[in-house]
Design a protein around this ligand. Structure first.
Ligand code: SF4
Length: 60
C-alpha cells in the first residue's frame, strides 16, 4: 500500500532481509530492482547515505 520515504518497510526483518523474498506478494519494484553500486555502495552504511542523497535530490 506504499509508505513515506525514510520509513522502514514493514516486511524488513530483524536481519535486514526481506520477509517477502520469493513471495508473489513482494512488490514488483523490489523484485525487479538490480543492485547498483551507485545506489547500494559497498556496504549498508554507504547504501543508506546514497539513498538519502537520492531522496533529497528528488524531494518536492
Ligand atoms: S525488498 Fe521490498 S518488500 Fe522486501 S523488505 Fe525491501 S522494501 Fe520491503
Amino acid at each position: 500500500m506504499g509508505k513515506p520515504a525514510g520509513v522502514r518497510c514493514l516486511h524488513l526483518d530483524k536481519r535486514f532481509s526481506c520477509g517477502l523474498f520469493n513471495d508473489p506478494r513482494r512488490p514488483r519494484v523490489c523484485s525487479e530492482f538490480k543492485p547498483e553500486p551507485l545506489v547500494c555502495g559497498s556496504n549498508r552504511h554507504e547504501a543508506l547515505v546514497l539513498i538519502q542523497r537520492l531522496e533529497l535530490s528528488c524531494a518536492p
